[in-house]
Design a protein around this ligand. Structure first.
Ligand SMILES: *Cc1c(COP(=O)(O)O)cnc(C)c1O
Length: 345
């Protein structure tokens, strides 16, 4: 695939470990047992992209290797991006900017309506400020792409050179990071003789899901990816993942390899909305933490695990080897302390 021709910068801690989750596997099997299905459930493994190393890490770090390569090739002096208040993408972008001596302009959308002090000031926001990003806040529902253009124009008017990174770093350049992850995961599985039946990941701004699908399709690996939605309804989510996967495969010279059927999102676990936590999410956070000491986040990986647990209880993964892609986000936990308070016993 010659990914190095896109000149990514190298700062992520790669490869991330691919590890078994023995105690969580056991817990899901026990749940199947008590539901009368026998010892079902998946043999569960985890791909530790929460350990990519950039100021807490997470999935945006792989995307940023390619985006920063492009930014520096374009002589950028200032990164401009946007996200929700507790955005992990924004935190990793602020970190990448610091690391390469760039300025960083952030626009935070008050998407959840929360004005709790921990949500608005702690968790990822605290880290953004610590790393020197300049933050502006706008109300929920703001046209964030228009805001990006506005700030980029301001930066240019000051004589700096802006580089705009879309929300979640999800464009064809960022998605290359997850093409590389697909390659890395298949290589690791081959090395240990692991046959992966399915990959499960949270899917939001689509770059992770699309990059994985494009990477697997281009290398001819027949492993289905299930995206668990965190915001959009199924049809919209699958459409945006499919579009980006085709565009990313096209950049690699193989746009015909991605078919519409390869893109599957289950958006039944969003709950009340993006960034809003329910009891099943808290149960998922607790189960992962108390079995294999895996720290999930309330917005993405906690919802994906909520979906994985529910689907597993319905028998959807019986007999399968499933890899859960841990996309990070635990730094956001501290922004949700008041939401979690009283639910952790
Ligand atoms: C951004 C994010 C995701 C979703 O990835 P996309 O590429 O935006 O779909 C999943 N998990 C975490 C922790 C994230 O920060």
């Amino acid at each position: 695939m010659h990914l190095s021709r896109f000149n990514p910068l190298r700062f992520a801690h790669l490869p991330t470990p691919l590890e078994p989750l023995p105690r969580l596997t056991q817990a899901l099997a026990a749940a199947a047992d008590s539901s009368g299905r026998g010892r079902g459930g998946p043999d569960l493994w985890i791909k530790r992209d929460d350990c990519t190393g950039l100021a807490g890490g997470g999935n945006k770090t792989r995307k940023l290797e390619y985006l920063l390569g492009d930014a520096l090739a374009n002589d950028a002096t200032t990164l401009v991006t946007q996200g929700a208040v507790q955005s992990n993408h924004v935190r990793q972008t602020a970190a990448a900017a610091a690391r390469f001596g760039l300025a960083c302009e952030i626009i935070l959308e008050e998407r959840t309506g929360s004005n709790a002090l921990d949500y608005t000031l702690s968790g990822n926001v605290l880290l953004d400020e610590l790393m020197g990003a300049k933050i502006r806040r706008v109300p929920g529902g703001t046209d964030m792409n228009a805001q990006l253009a506005l700030v980029a124009a301001e930066v240019a008017a000051r004589g700096e050179t802006p580089y705009v990174i879309p929300g979640g770093g999800s464009n064809i350049i960022g998605a290359l990071g997850y093409v590389e992850c697909a390659l890395e995961m298949v290589t690791q599985a081959n090395a240990i003789g692991l046959e992966i039946d399915r990959i499960v990941t949270a899917t939001g701004s689509a770059g992770t899901h699309a990059g994985l699908v494009a990477g697997l399709a281009v290398m001819g690996a027949d492993i289905p990816v299930l995206g668990i939605g965190v915001r959009a309804p199924k049809e919209a989510q699958e459409a945006s993942v499919y579009k980006l996967a085709v565009e990313t495969a096209a950049l690699l010279g193989h746009q015909d390899r991605v078919t519409r059927e390869m893109v599957v999102a289950d958006c039944d676990y969003v709950g009340a909305g993006y960034g809003l936590v329910d009891e099943a999410v808290i149960e998922a956070l607790k189960l992962a933490a108390r079995t294999d000491a895996i720290l999930l986040d309330p917005v993405y990986t906690g919802k994906a695990m909520k979906g994985l647990i529910a689907l597993s209880q319905k028998g959807a993964f019986d007999g399968e080897t499933v890899v859960f892609l841990h996309t990070g986000g635990a730094q956001g936990l501290f922004g949700y302390q008041s939401v979690l308070d009283g639910h952790l016993s």
